[in-house]
Each structure stands twice: as C-alpha cells, then as structure tokens.
Design a protein around this ligand. Sequence first.
Ligand code: BGC
Length: 450
Amino acid sequence: MQGQKTAFMRPYVLLVAAVAALGGLLFGYDTGVISGAILFITKDFALDTRMQEFTISVVLIGCIVGAAGAGSLADRIGRRLTLFSAGIVFLAGALISAFAPEETTLLIGRFVVGIGIGFSSVVAPLYISEVSPAPVRGGLVSLYQFAITLGILGAYVVDYALAHGGDWRWMLGLAVVPSLILVGGMIVMPESPRYLFKVGHDSRARDELQRIYGSGSAPAAEESSIRESLLVKAGGFEVFANPAVRFALFIGIGLAVLQQVTGINTVIYYGPQIFQLAGVGSAQASILAQALVGTVNCLSTLIAIFFVDRIGRKPLLYAGLAGMFVALAALGFAFAQPHLSGSLSDIALASMMVYVGCFAFSLGPIVWLLISEIFPLPARGIGMSISTLSNWVGNFAVSQFFLTMLHSFGTPATFWIYAALCLVTIVFVRTSVPETKQELLEKISVRAVA
Ligand code: BGC
C-alpha cells in the first residue's frame, strides 16, 4: 500500500498523466460547447433545422475519422508525437471555427476539431496507461475521464457566461488555451517506454521506465514482460489473426459500444430538453439543472480515481451499472405516469443525477481504462483505434436517434430500453471482461475471466 501511495504521489508521473489528460479536457469541452453556441450560430448564419443538426453532428464524423487513423499513427510516429499532433489539430480547428466567415468554413472547423478529439480519445488513455506504474494505472487513466467531465462542465459554464452577448466565436475559440498547453506540454513530455521498446530504442526505454518508478524496483520485471509481449512478431492487422487478440478486440468493441448505447449522451447532449419534459419550468432552470448534472459527473469520477486500483474494475462496474439500471427504470416509471408533476418530477430529476453519478465512477472511466489495458503491445494501437471508433459510431447513432426514439417508442420505453442495455452490459462484464487491477500491462490476459 505504501508503495502504491508513493508511486501515485510521484509528481513526475502525475504531471505526465495530467498533460496527456488535457486531450480529455478538449474532448469534453469541444463536444459540450456546441449545445450553447448553436443557438447563436443559427441566428448569425440563418440555419434551417437540417443544417443545425449537421453543425452539431459534424464533429462526431471528425471523431470517427480521427479515431480510425490514430492507432496506426501512434504505432508509426509514437504516442508522444501523435498527442502533440492532436494538440495542433485542436488548435487549428478552434481557430478555423472561431473566425469562420460563413457556415461552410465553420463546418470544416468543427470537422477538424472532431479529428483532434478522435486522435486524443485513442492516444491519451493509451499513453497514460503505458507510462503508469501498474499499481496506480487505473487512477491515472481515470484522470483522463475526470478531464473529460471538467471539459464538459467548463463548456456549460462558458456557454452560460457568454450567452447574454451571444459570443459563439469566443465559446468555440477558447479551446485555443488548453490546445496550446497540450502542444507545449507534449514537446517536453517523454515518449512511452513501451513504444520505445517496440521500436528498438531499448536504452532510452529503460531510462524512461526508471524515471517512472523513481527509486522503486519494478523496471526489471516490467521490462521482461514487455519483451515477452513483443515476441509476437506480427505487424499491423496480422496480429489480429491470433484468437486471443481477436477476443480482446471483441471485448474492446463491446465495452466501447455499450458505454454509448446505455444512453449517457442523451443526458449530456439533451439534458435541458429532458428536464423540460420532466416539468422543470423555465429554460434558465433547465440550464442550471444541467450544470448540476455536469458537477455530479465531475465529482463522481473522483470515486473511480481513488478506488479503481483498490477494489478493482469489475466491482465498480457492477455497482455503477446496477445504479444506472435502477435510475433509468425509475426515470421511465416517472415518465409513464399521466401527469409528471410534484414528487414525480423530483423523482425524474433525482434519477438523472443518480444515473450520471453512477456512470461517472464506472462505465465512464473504466471503459477507457480497460480498452487501454486488454491489448498486447503489438496490437494496442490498432486495437484501441477500432474500439474507440466503435465508441464514436455508437455515440453518433444514439445522439442521432434519441429524439426519433422518444417520438416512436415514447419517453418511458426509451429509458427502459437503456435500462435493459445496462443489464446486458452487466452480463457482458461478468462473462467476458477480465479483472486487470494491479497487473503489469503486458501480463493482462483476456482469456482469464475472473
Ligand atoms: C464518454 C462520452 C461522454 C462522457 C460523459 C465519456 O467517457 O465516452 O461519450 O460524453 O464520458 O462524461
């Protein structure tokens, strides 16, 4: 325990993880900020409904493209340079969007921002996972999710603060600040020791491992497990011929898709609309309620940071998914009543908070963590790319079809469908996902289901 604490407290490792987590901050900010900005963009550029929807969703198309390319790029030019490139892309996207003279340029800017998000959603957790000592890896990768939630909350606050002047250019442009810090930070951050071993720079890799552990003594064991993992001599997609690697991919895609189809982004993207359905009077009150959702999302992630390496990934997943199930079932129940008023609307609001709070310490951080852990080194870049790509496709599908689902199935049934998918996720975790707590990254075996 003492060793764990020392490793976690090592400022060097914490700093490296925090700089990489800026990729998460930008992910959260850039996906969250559009909900407020769109009102004013619509006015300035006279957008019809179809163009409004496209302005919101074009970022997700960029995310899919970015995530698809990020893994092989990270295998080719390294983790550090890929994250550095993500920073440059974020910077370019923010500037293009903020200065867009008309709608087409804005769409290009938002697409570029999406590519940045796609890059960083693959490489930030991958990099953090690869530079973290095993005993604290879960907490450090969860820091990335914490940064996502901070970014989402920051976006709500910025949108709220700038709403009176309708300053959408500032809303989108402020992402320049964390982008610059990410770019500057990645110039001085180290390369992942695992990547260095992979490309044969052994002595630099050993130095890096030593810096990560400080005076501790893990590097020898760690080095030999990394070397063993590299014995699988296959490059690119060939490595997926191995059944164990294919099974890891099945787990990665499964977790990534389930993280989305259990409905989180209906609340993150459409929160104010749901609050209004639940009887919250004014638009102002809905936005305030949304800020509360953002705060719960952020604070509850701390539970994962502190406990994921102590009690493990799977117990937290079970607890969070059970809470999400109950909250969604209650939300459906509240909406199933003929008149949603008084205590029923309180139940609906409380259910949404519980739902987000439970996601934030389980499926939120732990999916990113597990997909950064389950692939052997030769398959890690591409495996994470494909899993993350599936996450963005799931995100796109849910956010596109949520309103249609409400109209076709009704509000209660929509939330019950998400509730049922939480049960499916519990079964998936039980039957397919290994516990990875405290394991050296290269010792994790996907066949070992605890
Ligand atoms: C998910 C996002 C979601 C966010 C909410 C992330 O882990 O991938 O889709 O918006 O959590 O905090």
